[in-house]
Ligand binder design. Structure first.
Ligand code: MSP
Length: 635
């Protein structure tokens, strides 16, 4: 007997009247994230996505494009698939409502409901919106217009088939009330319970073919096609091979749907009633997220629409885009998308916190540990703190993921990253490396760093899959299978070869382009991003004494400086040759950033940055106004 838990997750099936955009990408990426996490936890997972291809909207879009509907839907459906593949989404099935396997199930369900008296033929007159393909009740109409489209409604009267939805009202209220997690977050559950305080009407489930051809014919009256929502919702069971497919038997009782708040009502009201009438058990959970808006910052004005927003995935990298979406939106609430905010997160969280940690740690293992994971000696409270922080992050991620609270999960992972960064500063391996008596301590610290990276790669795997894989590859674990169970401290084998990281996430200058010289000062005007005290405390400022200086060959701007910092000698490359002659610098005390990632300029590795001020034309080195020895720490 297997004890493996099962998890069936669906995204909405997207209308093919438009190409994929930010909103579609968000839902699909969070579906991918949660499924990856559940797979890592050892669960048996099935992720379904697809396209909704019938109805008036699609017929009109095809007509506008001047192609037959099937050809049109083939084209856009392929576009959706391509987008998910490009963004690295791992889905198990992609269903299209024009596929025979889906149409057959829709017709079978309709026939059963007709046979059992759940559907009747009736006359209906009312205010109709062609955009929404539905009638509106007096209460819903705003100024005589459709509340969604703001277009005038048209009074139409026609004979149609109706599903007796109203008879399920009491059952549905009881179901939602007795299952507190059937619809979540809570606010959407309350919204639906509020809606159900008013009498529920029956649902018109057909459209006369005289008005709409592009749909699934009713099996008991081919003068009509099926209403698009009645057709679409059924995809969640047709894809599993209802009624007796093995996937259906295996997964349906674990079904969770993921939707945006715009389609709450069909999922929280129509769908459970349809399932009940067809004798299918209701889904387990409906997870509802908020809406992305565009606008806010100045750069975001350049994003004209949600389609262009998706293009930023290519501009800044898929992991950075994915990170931003997961981190920025509180699940269930609305959020704002802007290029500025994306770049700010990319620089602060990815380039700075995560990227720097990975490059610092791997560089130190190279420089001070010979490039291999060392054996470790006795632990101190500092390592105990690292382990405790890992445990905390692991627990918090797990809890957050039960609620689709991606932003909380990532906050927990970044707290761990912060602890590891502080561990580097606190243990100062570069100091240990200079004291032979500290060799064992140094090995322990380097081991702890490598092990922290390994654990991070597991914690990050569901959120940033390629980044996690790159970290694993640096540790010589590339391609090896792993699971959440491997999040146990001490599993990394000593002796494993570690490669030196190139920047995982190069910083991006606000304004678009990548920074040209890593670690080199820009002369940006205007307001800068605020940093926390914690961020500032990561900067290791030191007094350094220039012992030698020379011009860098073939460069007008660069000087190569040899400086003394404490008892260490370092090489710096500084862009100051137009302002200082090399001779006048020798003997001077300057202030440098000592823990800046090394950068190679004109073939010379610069191991720090000298501080200077500039008004754009003249430049001055920062100096001490009282004498202090080289190595003194700035604050
Ligand atoms: N075809 C129906 C769904 C049928 S499901 C049985 C549909 N399609 S849609 O193409 O309009 O997609 C709607 C879904 O796209 C939303 O529920 C949400 O998942 C996603 N989003 C579209 N725009 C969005 C935002 N601006 N923000 C967040 N998600 C959005 O409705």
């Amino acid at each position: 007997m297997t004890t493996q838990r099962r998890f069936y997750l669906t995204t909405p099936i997207y209308y093919v009247n438009a190409t994929p955009h930010l909103g579609h990408a968000y839902t699909t990426l969070i579906a991918d994230t949660i499924c990856r996490y559940r797979r890592l936890a050892g669960d048996s997972v099935y992720l379904l996505t697809g396209t909704d291809e019938h109805g008036d909207k699609i017929a009109q879009a095809a007509a506008k494009a001047g192609v037959p509907p099937q050809e049109y839907t083939d084209r856009i459906a392929a576009e959706f698939r391509k987008t998910w593949d490009r963004l690295g989404v791992r889905y198990d099935d992609f269903i299209r409502t024009t596929e025979p396997r889906h149409k057959a199930v829709v017709q079978e369900i309709l026939q059963r409901l007709w046979d059992s008296g759940e559907i009747y033929f009736g006359k209906y007159g009312g205010q109709y919106c062609y955009g929404c393909e539905r009638f509106y009740t007096e209460k819903e109409i705003v100024d005589g217009k459709c509340p969604d489209h703001q277009t005038p409604l048209v009074h139409i009267e026609e004979e149609n088939y109706f599903f007796k939805m109203s008879k399920y009202q009491d059952w549905l209220i009881k179901e939602i009330e007795s299952r507190s997690d059937m619809i979540r977050p809570e606010r959407y559950r309350n919204e639906i319970l509020g809606f159900l305080r008013e009498p529920l009407t029956d649902l018109s489930i057909s459209r006369p073919r005289t008005r709409l051809e592009w749909g699934i014919p009713l099996p008991f009256d081919d003068r009509y096609v099926t209403y698009v929502w009645f057709d679409a919702l059924i995809n969640y069971v047709s894809a599993l091979g209802w009624p007796d497919g093995s996937l259906f038997r295996e997964f349906w009782s674990h079904a969770q749907h993921l939707i945006g708040k715009d389609i709450l009502k069909p999922h929280a009201v129509y769908w459970p009633c349809m399932l009940r009438a067809a004798g299918i058990e209701p889904y387990r959970r409906l997870n509802v997220h908020g809406y992305w808006g565009l606008g806010g910052g100045k750069m975001s004005k350049s994003i004209g629409n949600v389609v262009e927003a998706l293009a930023l995935a290519d501009k800044y990298g898929h992991d950075a885009f994915r990170y931003f979406l997961l981190r920025e939106m509180v699940f269930g609430l609305d959020a704002n998308f802007s290029e500025e905010a994306l770049v700010a997160r990319l620089n602060a969280d990815l380039a700075n916190d995560l990227g720097n940690l990975v490059s610092r740690a791997t560089t130190m293992i190279q420089n001070f540990g010979g490039g291999a994971v060392p054996t470790f000696g006795a632990e101190t409270p500092l390592e105990a703190e690292l382990r405790a922080s890992l445990e905390k992050a692991r627990g918090e991620v797990h809890e957050a993921m039960q609620e689709f609270a991606f932003h909380r999960a990532l906050t927990a992972v970044w707290e761990f990253i912060g602890v590891v960064n502080r561990y580097v500063d606190g243990t100062a391996p570069w100091t240990l490396a200079r004291a032979p008596a500290q060799a064992e301590r140094l090995r322990t610290v380097l081991y702890a760093l490598a092990e922290s990276l390994r654990c991070l790669s597991i914690l990050l795997a569901a959120f940033l899959p390629p980044t996690a894989e790159r970290i694993r590859a640096l540790l010589g674990l590339g391609g090896e299978p792993f699971s959440l169970a491997d999040l146990e401290w001490g599993r990394l084998a000593p002796g494993t070869q570690v490669a030196k990281a190139t920047a995982l996430f190069p910083r991006v200058e606000q304004g678009g382009g990548r920074q040209k010289i890593p670690g080199h000062r820009g002369s940006k005007k205007g307001a800068r991003e605020m940093i926390s005290m914690d961020d500032f405390s990561k900067v290791d400022l030191r007094v350094a004494q220039v012992v030698a200086a020379e011009r860098v060959e073939k460069s007008k701007r660069l000087l190569k400086l040899t400086v003394q910092v404490g008892d260490e000698t370092r090489t710096l490359v500084a862009g100051i040759a137009e302002h200082y002659a090399s001779e006048e610098l020798v003997g001077r005390k300057v202030v440098i950033v000592a823990n800046l990632e090394p950068a190679t300029l004109m073939g010379i590795e610069s191991q720090g940055m000298i501080l200077a001020a500039s008004d754009g034309s003249s430049l001055a080195l920062l100096a001490l106004d009282r004498d202090l020895p080289p190595g003194a720490k700035g604050s």
